[in-house]
Ligand binder design. Structure first.
Ligand code: SF4
Length: 338
């Protein structure tokens, strides 16, 4: 059973921060086999993450959240990217492959869902954590020393003794700490965490979240946390961006979005979170499924599933527009008669 975190206190809203990464009109097109044509998975996404800010990116599978995050690091070689990704004054989409390679791990790092598929079973933990530093030309002894320091920081028990151990000798939770150490050893300023706790049991999941919370606070690290679990968002993030069908449909402080979601899709996601006191027979699910990218409906892509749709919804695509401190893409904001 999933841990149900309490909703955050509305008073805990954080002030606006200095931007670290600013994404403008980002699109991601993926090729369709060898046909020469492509399909748009991410469709004009705009957002900013501040220095040290913890932002969650949520949505159902296929919403484009992982591809958005991977595009920031240009991890998918076949993906065609357009728009602008400004990191500390540099457009990452214009960097050479070589310069982008240098930036990965040192300025922006990423952790993934399944640590075992990310770790090399034939390499020691120490060598794997030190590898990012070795690639940057740091000597073996110094790289090993820093690897040990970060493993210690992340609470890996008897880290000095275990530098020469192999991944299969670690538990799932400890392997996720090692993967986190690999990401953090280069002292990045932005960590992208793609469902890093999904493959873990609830107890270990909470430990890893506490650890991420500690380490991001201590280091002033910004985190983009991708998840479909709103309980995790409530427990970890300051701001939440909701994605649907390749677009951001709501973006705001976690406390205010959870207390008063504006977009019908966000309302549905929150309604679908099980509560401890809830009768299992009354569990809610948003009807239908997200559209495949090749068959997006006209107008608002959520309209076939939306219980608040009206005539305009099937025709016009709603733009993401400011609403108080949030941004929302829904025609309801303009009134049904507009
Ligand atoms: Fe629903 Fe219309 Fe708003 Fe889309 S634009 S979420 S269909 S009300």
């Amino acid at each position: 059973m999933k841990t149900v975190h309490p909703l955050p206190d509305e008073a805990s809203v954080v002030p606006v921060r200095q931007p670290l990464i600013t994404v403008e009109k980002l699109t991601v097109d993926m090729p369709l086999g060898r046909s020469g044509s492509s399909v748009r998975i991410v469709d004009g996404v705009d957002f900013t993450i501040g220095v040290g800010e913890r932002v969650a990116l949520v949505g159902e599978s296929g919403s484009g959240k992982s591809l958005t995050a991977r595009a920031l690091m240009r991890l998918d070689r076949l993906a065609k990217l357009s728009g602008r990704v400004d990191f500390d004054g540099t457009d990452l989409l214009k960097l050479s492959d070589r310069d982008m390679g240098k930036l990965r791990g040192s300025s922006i790092a990423m952790v993934f869902q399944d640590p075992m598929s990310f770790l090399d079973p034939l390499m020691t933990i120490g060598d794997q954590v030190a590898e990012t530093l070795r690639i940057r030309g740091i000597g073996k002894a110094e790289a090993r020393k820093r690897a040990l320091a970060v493993l210690d920081e992340l609470g890996v028990d008897r880290a000095a003794e275990r530098l020469d151990a192999y991944p299969h000798e670690f538990s799932g939770g400890m392997r996720q700490r090692v993967v986190l150490a690999m990401a953090l050893v280069g002292e990045p300023r932005l960590l992208i965490a793609d469902e890093p706790t999904t493959a873990l049991d609830v107890r270990v999941q909470d430990q890893v979240l506490d650890l991420l919370d500690d380490v991001s606070t201590r280091r002033g690290l910004a985190v983009l946390f991708i998840t479909h679990d709103l309980g995790v968002v409530a427990g970890f993030a300051e701001r939440v961006m909701v994605m649907y069908s390749g677009r951001i449909v709501e973006d705001g402080e976690v406390a205010s979005v959870f207390a008063k979601p504006s977009h019908p899709y966000t309302q549905g996601l929150i309604k679908a979170v099980p509560r401890i006191d809830q009768d299992l027979n009354t569990l809610y699910a948003i009807p239908g499924a997200p559209p495949p990218p090749l068959a997006r409906p006209s107008g608002c892509p959520f309209h076939p599933r939306c219980d608040q749709r009206f005539d305009r919804c099937g025709v016009d695509l709603p733009a993401l527009q400011p609403v108080g401190m949030s941004r929302v893409a829904c025609h309801l904001l303009d009134g049904k008669g507009a």
